[in-house]
Design a binder for this molecule. Structure first.
Ligand code: ZN
Length: 286
């Protein structure tokens, strides 16, 4: 269902050749998400890029976000990391994102799930979920997580899970002073990040300020460091999945909130024997 809708969308936008194209003997399912990164955008297309991250193994939220992005005419996809951890479908989320062949950066949970190091310095709930996640993933899936890059430039913008100044330190940006260090290392006009699970928009002119994470008109003389919020475990009090669309031709960044089948996600957490508070917090968006 999801595959068909995304395929239809991409076909309308010229992103996927007609099924009858000479030399292409692929079923619709095989076309799925495999080609969108490989084919150049059709000339004259509006490029709308869906940026999503902090999925945290929440398959229902991820599917809802991908469907919403397709309905919003997005033709490109970028994943900002933390595919796994906390919730109950790490392998399924990983496989789906991997199949999309979109640019992905590594999150701290991706790194912890792919290693064998001790997690005792981590908060106990996150550590319990990560130990469980390690057991669910195959060696091959963990190796794929391990090889993800920390920072990527996509088109004319940059993506990182935490910050550009010390990506491997996994620092949290919770105010404009934290954001200042990042701007010193940001050489693109716009940089997207995640990690705190709270959508925020930091703007640098002479000083660093902040604007509401709603509809942002990108001005060419300013720099933007933008937290796109979390798909699978929002923490800003709104339990709906969060992601952002970068509409490049219109210089707009649009934040989207999407409802999903939360009850199913919560039940899966309980059925898996994961800490029950991981299910409860999804209802509160905290
Ligand atoms: Zn996260």
């Amino acid at each position: 269902m999801l595959t068909r809708r995304i395929c239809d969308q991409w076909r309308r936008n010229g992103r996927i050749p007609p099924e009858s194209s000479p030399g292409l003997n692929l079923s619709l399912d095989r076309l799925s998400t495999r080609f969108y990164c490989l084919l150049p955008a059709a000339a004259g297309n509006d490029m709308r890029i869906a940026l999503f991250g902090d999925i945290h193994a929440n398959l229902e939220a991820l599917n809802a976000v991908l469907e919403d992005a397709a309905s919003q005419d997005c033709t490109e996809w970028v994943c900002l990391g933390d595919i796994v951890g906390y919730n109950a479908n790490p392998g399924e989320c990983l496989d789906l994102i991997r199949e999309m062949e979109c640019p992905v950066v590594k999150g701290n949970h991706d790194e912890d799930a792919s290693g064998d190091h001790c997690l005792e310095t981590m908060n106990p709930t996150a550590a319990t979920a990560l130990e469980w996640t390690r057991e669910q993933l195959s060696d091959e899936q963990r190796e794929w997580l391990h090889t993800l890059r920390m920072v990527r430039q996509v088109s004319a913008f940059t993506v990182v899970h935490s910050t550009l100044d010390q990506p491997q330190a996994w620092n949290y940006v919770t105010n404009k002073f934290d954001a200042m260090s990042n701007f010193s290392y940001q050489f693109t006009h716009v940089c997207f990040h995640g990690h705190t699970h709270v959508p925020r928009v930091f703007v640098k002119e002479n000083r660093v300020g902040e604007v509401a994470a709603e509809l942002v008109e990108v001005e060419k003389d300013l720099k933007y460091f933008i937290n796109i919020g979390s798909v699978g475990q929002p923490r800003d009090g709104d339990p709906r999945a969060c992601y952002a669309i970068y509409d490049i031709p219109r210089n707009l960044i649009i934040f989207r909130r999407v409802d999903y089948d939360r009850k199913t996600t919560q039940q899966k957490i309980l059925d898996a024997g994961l800490p029950p508070n991981l299910a409860e917090r999804l209802a509160d968006g905290r």
